[in-house]
Design a protein. Structure first.
Length: 191
């Protein structure tokens, strides 16, 4: 009986609670960083199974809506730009974040456009249990070819766990983008 009353109360007051800094799904961010990774990969696998990967516009919209909110593009941009970040005025900082986000999403789209793994294997997390930074790894076994190891580095922030770097087979995306930035970098490639 108590459960029924609590459920009715929660349904009654569900719309009156103040907005929370919760994740992209509207629910509180999971306390377990592994749950964040499984949630994002699950969304991607469901999208792939629905046969939507062949439509570039649908894929971009899906990634921007469902996958990009897991990433902290402001932090990633600061790291890529390096010490020069301190000298940038706020409008230029915002422009750099937007530019980096588009470049990162474009690169991500190129990588997942042919995504159709038969299996994903989650590997044990690395980092201090209960700590603020953790590395979560998984192996993607494609239909053809060799498996790819992906390492996601996450930190715990006010809005839950956020990805701040991804490495594919040991190659850090942030390190690659920083190298490109220092070299003058290519313009973002349209997808």
């Amino acid at each position: 009986m108590l459960r029924v009353i609590l459920l009715l109360l929660s349904l009654t007051f569900a719309g009156t609670a103040p907005a929370q800094p919760w994740g992209p799904s509207g629910y509180p961010p999971p306390a377990d960083p592994g749950a964040v990774l499984r949630e994002g990969v699950g969304k991607l696998l469901a999208f792939a199974e629905a046969g939507e990967m062949a439509d570039p516009a649908a894929l971009r919209a899906f990634v921007e809506r469902e996958i990009a909110p897991y990433f902290d593009f402001a932090y990633m941009t600061r790291w890529v730009v390096g010490p020069a970040w301190r000298r940038l005025p706020p409008p230029q900082r915002a422009a750099e974040v937007a530019r980096f986000e588009q470049r990162f999403i474009t690169a991500m789209l190129r990588q997942i456009a042919g995504f159709g793994p038969k299996r994903v294997r989650y590997l044990p997390p690395r980092g201090e249990p209960g700590g603020q930074v953790v590395t979560l790894s998984l192996q993607v076994f494609p239909v053809q070819g060799y498996p790819t190891r992906l390492d996601f580095r996450l930190y715990r922030g006010p809005q839950g766990w956020k990805v701040f770097d991804v490495a594919a087979n040991g190659q850090s995306a942030l390190a690659w983008f920083r190298q490109q930035y220092r070299a003058g970098g290519p313009a973002p490639v349209a997808y």
